[in-house]
Write a protein that binds this ligand. Structure first.
Ligand SMILES: C[S@@+](CC[C@H](N)C(=O)[O-])C[C@H]1O[C@@H](n2cnc3c(N)ncnc32)[C@H](O)[C@@H]1O
Length: 295
């Protein structure tokens, strides 16, 4: 756990890819998330920021965008992603999502899937994302749902003290939060996003069902339940548009998108380094723009 102003759930060196996804019986969750993303993503776009991209599990879904910037706090997760996806059409940025190293308005799209549950300061992270998005940009946010069916039932029969119907977040494991859909909606609005769609996803996250029912059938049933809009699934996808007083579309050349993560000020480039007004330097190493720690 890193000790910065906000606590960070640090995946550096973690085996998330092999411990959680590959061969771990989560094909259904993976497929259903991809299916919803395809439904929500705009038909085309210039530059998309994937926040908390991890090892790039779902990055290939963003092919409608000309360029994708994968951002993650974990350098090693980005190394996995780069090994698999290469450099064509992709830029890799190691940075803290609370301190995005970009100029205002340089993205016309952003996604954050399975990530916001690690943030204790939701308003701060959402306003930072809004800042780097152009007006009218699309932001797809997935969040873990506090008000899921299991939590509602457990609370009803007295097996769970916390109330799934209240707007406060639940930290069920250190730096793992479940959020109420209305809380997320309120915070998106405060950060100047207008919610356009909200889809409950992944209704059948039960080992027995996943082992006995073919994955295609589960995905089909999930798609049907998504249409009901019942916000009792463990995962909620939202599609939002950047509104309000942000920057107009500033979709500049790829090397021009960066700004100082500490102040938002100008950076200049010298070889493999970016340098701010006070001489602090950040390095590009192994093909990854490393804005986590200055060199
Ligand atoms: C559960 S993984 C999800 C990865 C990917 N989005 C996916 O769905 O497979 C959460 C990711 O969020 C990243 N993360 C957590 N806190 C972060 C922060 N403050 N800034 C940037 N990334 C962060 C972690 O490094 C990790 O890769």
């Amino acid at each position: 756990m890193s000790d910065k102003a906000q606590r960070i759930c640090d995946y550096e060196g973690s085996t998330y890819r092999t411990d959680f996804w590959e061969g771990q019986g989560r094909n259904y969750e993976d497929l259903v998330e991809r299916q919803v993303l395809r439904q929500l993503l705009p038909a085309q776009g210039k530059r998309l920021l994937e926040i908390g991209a991890g090892f790039g599990r779902i990055t290939e879904e963003y092919g409608n965008y000309e360029h994708v910037v994968l951002l993650d706090y974990s350098f090693s997760q980005l190394q996995y992603a780069r090994e698999r996806l290469g450099d064509d059409g992709y830029t890799y940025v190691a940075a803290d999502a609370y301190q995005l190293p970009f100029k205002a308005g340089v993205f016309d799209g952003a996604t954050m899937i399975r990530v916001i549950h690690h943030f204790e300061n939701v308003p701060k992270v959402l306003s930072g994302i809004r800042h780097v998005l152009a007006n009218e940009a699309c932001f797809i946010l997935e969040h873990a749902n506090k008000r899921n069916l299991k939590a509602l039932l457990r609370h009803r029969i007295g097996k769970q003290a916390w109330n799934p119907n209240t707007l406060d977040s639940v930290e069920f494991v250190e730096l793992n939060f479940n959020f109420h859909p209305d809380y997320i909606e309120r915070e998106l609005k405060t950060a100047e996003f207008e919610m356009q769609e909200r889809i409950p996803v992944s209704f059948f996250r039960l080992g027995l069902l996943k082992r006995t029912i073919p994955v295609g059938v589960l995905v089909g049933l999930d798609t049907m339940l998504q249409k009901t809009g019942w916000l009792i699934a463990p995962s909620i996808f939202t599609k939002n548009q950047a509104i309000g007083s942000g920057a107009d579309n500033l979709i500049v050349e790829s090397d021009d998108i960066f700004a100082c993560p500490q102040t938002g000020g100008e950076l200049h480039r010298e070889g493999n380094h970016f340098i701010n007004a006070t001489g602090t330097r950040w390095e590009i190493r192994d093909g990854i723009y490393d804005f986590k720690d200055p060199v």
